[in-house]
Write a protein that binds this ligand. Structure first.
Ligand SMILES: NC(=O)C1=CN([C@@H]2O[C@H](COP(=O)(O)OP(=O)(O)OC[C@H]3O[C@@H](n4cnc5c(N)ncnc54)[C@H](O)[C@@H]3O)[C@@H](O)[C@H]2O)[C@@H](O)CC1
Ligand SMILES: Nc1ncnc2c1ncn2[C@@H]1O[C@H](COP(=O)(O)OP(=O)(O)OP(=O)(O)O)[C@@H](O)[C@H]1O
Ligand SMILES: [Mg+2]
Length: 368
């Protein structure tokens, strides 16, 4: 039986609606209008994660892709790609005078100063767990929220929320992308009971799916309607009111770094979504006065041919599209590389996956 809050719209319709938030390629656009995205992450230990995330944003199609990382990571990340703009702006215990008494808001200033030039942030890939860095990033989260800049939180960025859920509680422009372990930590912090994998597997596939989406929905509700992509064999997406399961075929190799293709893709989709709501181009849809609040409202917008969608609906669509593109990247890369598949093989599949699943929007000029 279909769980009550699940939308029953087919994948085909979801992809065609996702295409509506993709800006067409037009001669009139200037540099930056198709998205300025920054990944906040990268430290001495992890340089691959912010790179994979930022390059996925770029390959999906944003115009400008930044990485804001810790000082020691910057030359390394720069060396991976000249296409990324890499800024060594994240302080750490190693780089501040007295780590025990820091002024986090002023240490965050150089990053906060960049926010007005950015459409979306991805916070967490390879951020690490340095106490100074995490305090500064918490200030950046507050500043981004107060300026209504959409963001994705992943990996160590989720630790910040686990420790202080109030930072994102009720913020409707963010997406959390926990893996199984991160989901468990968040659920525990918010007092939500998650059945163990063993318990739910023995009930069979349908029950397992229902239990997972129930937990995802509960966590989203506990966070005041924040959108969550609970990653796993299928990705459960929920905003507490409406849920959708992304079960597009993925690959069979579980190499690290695949979640980074997801966050980078989401960064670009959030930037495009902002451009859609700013009416950067004429989508051909009709405005309507009421924002979608309930599952039925969302379903109605998804099934209408010409109704302009509300921010709640487009956020779900962005999450769905990011998840689907990542899983298709993984499927295709696995087809080509088998068990040798690495995160970098997903990077090569981003554009092809976009074209196969979503495709260029109407009016896009793809040839000169
Ligand atoms: N090339 C890179 O630079 C990479 C860096 N990464 C970064 O590494 C840091 C730590 O991330 P982790 O994901 O390791 O987080 P954690 O340090 O919280 O570790 C999670 C652990 O759980 C295990 N696990 C994952 N899925 C599981 C499942 N379904 N059932 C049981 N156990 C499971 C993993 O093997 C991992 O050891 C983050 O900053 C992250 O961004 C990762 O994204 C991987 C790639
Ligand atoms: N068993 C699975 N079958 C198919 N796809 C999966 C499976 N597990 C995870 N995925 C997909 O892999 C991607 C990354 O999810 P994963 O759970 O590996 O995240 P992660 O642990 O945060 O990754 P990372 O190593 O990048 O930190 C997601 O798009 C998810 O849908
Ligand atoms: Mg991860």
């Amino acid at each position: 039986m279909e769980p009550v809050h699940h939308i029953s719209t087919s994948s085909k319709i979801l992809f065609s609606k996702a295409r509506k938030i993709v800006p067409p390629m037009l001669e009139k656009f200037h540099k930056g209008q198709l998205g300025r995205v920054a990944v906040i992450g990268g430290c001495a230990d992890y340089t691959g994660a912010p790179y994979f995330s930022a390059i996925a944003s770029a390959k999906l199609g944003c115009d400008m892709s930044h990485v804001l990382c810790e000082r020691s990571a910057a030359p390394v990340v720069k060396s991976y790609s000249p296409n990324l703009m890499v800024h060594p702006l994240l302080p750490s215990t190693e780089t501040v005078k007295d780590p025990k008494s820091i002024d986090a808001p002023s240490l965050a200033e150089p990053i906060i100063g960049m926010l007005s030039r950015l459409h979306a942030l991805v916070i967490g890939p390879g951020l690490g767990r340095d106490g100074v860095t995490l305090k500064v990033v918490a200030e950046v989260i507050k500043a981004a929220r107060s300026r209504s800049i959409p963001f994705v939180l992943d990996a160590d960025g989720l630790l910040i929320v686990t420790e202080d859920p109030g930072l994102v509680k009720g913020y409707k422009d963010c997406i959390l992308t926990p893996n199984v372990v991160e989901f468990g930590r968040l659920a525990k912090a918010l007092g939500i009971n998650v059945s163990s994998q063993a318990d739910i597997t023995k009930d069979g596939d349908n029950d397992k799916c229902n239990e997972e989406s129930d937990a995802c929905e509960q966590l989203s509700k506990a966070l005041g309607g924040v959108t969550i992509i609970q990653k796993g064999p299928h990705d459960v997406i929920s905003n507490g009111v409406t849920s959708v399961v992304s079960d597009i075929q993925g690959g069979l190799k579980r190499s690290g770094g695949q979640g980074d293709t997801l966050t980078g893709s989401l960064g670009t989709l959030l930037a495009w979504r902002a451009a859609y709501h700013d009416k950067l181009w004429d989508s051909g849809e009709k405005d309507h006065d009421k924002d979608a609040q309930t599952k039925d409202d969302v379903q109605d917008e998804l099934e209408s041919k010409d109704k302009r969608m509300s921010p709640g609906t487009t956020l779900l669509l962005a999450a769905w599209a990011g998840s689907a593109i990542t899983r298709e990247c993984s499927r295709k890369a696995f087809e080509l590389k088998g068990r040798s598949m690495q995160a970098s093989d997903l990077t090569d599949e981003v554009h092809g996956s976009f074209l196969r699943l979503i495709g260029e929007p109407e009016g896009s000029k793809t040839h000169l």
